[in-house]
Design a protein around this ligand. Structure first.
Ligand SMILES: [Zn+2]
Length: 408
C-alpha cells in the first residue's frame, strides 16, 4: 500500500533542471517507505498509485509543492538573549563596534557554557520548530559557542540528540575556531583546537564537517588551513566562513582544500569565484546576514556566471535572527538578482550537495521531504516576501507540520 499520495498541485518542483528547475504543472508525488516512488503529472502518477490504495492523500489543488528546504549554514544552537545588540545596530553601531564593547559571540559563549544540557536541548528544539514551520527539512548546525573542549562536545551531543528527536534532519559541524576566546592568544588557541578539541571531537564521532571563521582579526589563512587540514585528518570535511568583512584569501584556501563549501563571500573577487568553480566548491551565500548587518550583498550573479555551484542559507544566529529559507530566497531574488528558479534550486538541491545529503529533489528513490505552499506557483514563493505560506511539511513521507499533520 502506498503511504502517501500528494496530487493535483498547481505546480510541483521536481528538482534541478533546465532554467534552474524542473517544474511539473498539475504534478503529483507518490511516497512509500519514506521515499518517492512516483513523481510527475497527476494522471500518470495516480494511474500507477491510485489514491484509494494509499494510507493518506493530500489534495494540493491550487498549491505549490517544493522539495523541503535545506539550510546549509546555521548556528541554531545558542543560549542567552542579544536583542540589546539589535537595538544598538538600529542606533548605528556596527558588528565590529559591538564586538569591541564586549558584545557579540563571547556573550553567547558565556550563556552556552552556563546552560544545562536540558536547556541547550530545549533551545535547539525551539529553533527547529520554527525552521520546520517555514519548510526546512534538513539543516546544518554548528558548534562554536563553547570554545572549550567540554562545551564544544556538549553542543555536538545536543545536536545529535535533537537530530534523533526532531523531524528536521541535522548535519553537525564542529566550529571550535569560531572566535578566539577572550584572554587567549590566537596561536595558542589554534593549538588547543588542533591538539585537544579536534581529537576529542573525532573520538566522540558526531561531527561531519569542520568550519573556521577565516577573517581579518579572527583566524588568518594559515591558522584556518591548519585547523581544516587537521580536521580532515580526523575525517571532518572542511567548510569555511570566507571573505565576509575583509578580503584575506579564505576563498582561495577553500578552493585549494577543495572544501565542501565557502560561505558568505561578500568580498570575494572574480578570481576567487573562478577558483571555487574550478575546484567544485559550493559557494554558500547568506543574504539574511547582509540584511541583518546592513552590509552589501554577495555577487550571486558572478558566482553563477563563473559556473560555481550556488547554495543559500539563513546563517541563523543571535545577530541574524532569521529562520525562514523562504525569506532568504526572497532576499536572493530582490537583493542579489537571482531568478526564483535559481534561488529555489540553491535553497534545496545545491544546499543538500554542500552537506553531502541525498535530499533537495523529488526524484524516485529520494527521501520524501516536501513542502506544500498555499501559493499557485514556485515564483510566488519569493514573491511573497516575509510571510509564511507553508501549509504542510512532509518529512520522510510523514506529515510533520501543518494541515493533516499530527501534533507533536
Ligand atoms: Zn556563520
Amino acid at each position: 500500500m502506498t503511504e502517501l499520495v500528494v496530487h493535483d498541485a498547481a505546480e510541483l518542483v521536481v528538482g534541478p533542471g533546465d532554467g534552474g528547475l524542473e517544474r511539473c504543472p498539475g504534478g503529483a508525488v507518490a511516497i512509500d517507505d519514506g521515499a518517492v516512488v512516483g513523481v510527475g503529472p497527476t494522471d500518470a502518477v495516480i494511474r500507477e498509485y491510485p489514491p484509494e490504495n494509499a494510507s493518506r492523500t493530500l489534495d494540493a489543488t491550487g498549491k505549490t509543492v517544493l522539495p523541503g528546504f535545506v539550510d546549509p549554514h546555521t548556528h541554531a544552537l545558542f543560549a542567552g538573549d542579544r536583542s540589546g545588540e539589535f537595538l544598538a545596530r538600529i542606533d548605528g553601531k556596527t558588528y565590529t563596534e559591538i564586538a569591541e564593547t564586549g558584545g557579540g559571540i563571547p556573550v553567547t559563549v558565556e550563556a552556552v557554557r552556563a546552560a544545562s544540557d536540558d536547556e541547550l536541548f530545549d533551545n535547539l528544539l525551539a529553533q527547529l520548530d520554527v525552521m520546520l514551520a517555514h519548510g526546512t527539512t534538513t539543516a546544518e548546525v554548528k558548534s562554536g559557542y563553547g570554545l572549550d573542549t567540554e562545551t564544544e562536545l556538549r553542543m555536538l551531543a545536543t545536536i545529535a540528540k535533537a537530530d534523533e528527536r526532531h523531524p528536521v534532519d541535522l548535519v553537525p559541524t564542529f566550529m571550535g575556531a569560531h572566535v578566539v576566546p577572550p584572554g587567549a592568544e590566537t596561536d595558542e588557541y589554534v593549538a588547543v583546537v588542533v591538539d585537544e578539541q579536534l581529537p576529542a571531537v573525532a573520538a566522540q564521532g558526531i561531527a561531519e564537517f569542520c568550519d573556521v571563521f577565516c577573517e581579518q582579526g579572527v583566524f588568518d589563512v594559515e591558522q584556518s588551513r591548519q585547523v581544516l587540514e587537521t580536521g580532515r585528518e580526523h575525517g571532518l570535511e572542511p567548510r569555511l566562513h570566507a571573505e565576509e568583512f575583509a578580503h584575506i584569501g579564505g576563498a582561495q584556501l577553500a578552493a585549494a582544500l577543495e572544501a565542501a563549501s565557502a560561505d558568505h563571500l561578500l568580498q570575494a573577487t572574480a578570481a576567487d569565484v573562478e577558483a571555487l568553480a574550478d575546484a567544485g566548491v559550493v559557494a554558500t551565500l547568506l543574504p539574511a546576514t547582509a540584511f541583518s548587518l546592513d552590509e552589501p550583498y554577495a555577487d550571486a550573479r558572478a558566482v553563477l556566471a563563473a559556473g560555481a555551484p550556488l547554495a543559500l542559507g539563513t546563517d541563523l544566529n543571535p545577530s541574524c535572527f532569521v529562520h525562514s529559507m523562504g525569506f532568504v530566497v526572497s532576499l536572493a531574488c530582490l537583493r542579489m538578482g537571482l531568478h526564483p528558479a535559481e534561488a529555489i534550486r540553491a535553497a534545496t538541491a545545491t544546499a543538500a550537495c554542500s552537506l553531502d545529503r541525498d535530499v533537495g529533489a523529488l526524484r524516485e528513490g529520494a527521501p520524501a521531504d516536501l513542502v506544500v505552499f498555499d501559493l499557485p506557483s514556485a515564483t510566488h514563493v519569493p514573491y511573497n516576501a516575509g510571510t509564511n505560506r507553508v501549509e504542510t511539511v512532509v518529512k520522510g513521507g510523514r506529515i510533520v507540520e501543518g494541515r493533516g499533520g499530527e501534533k507533536r
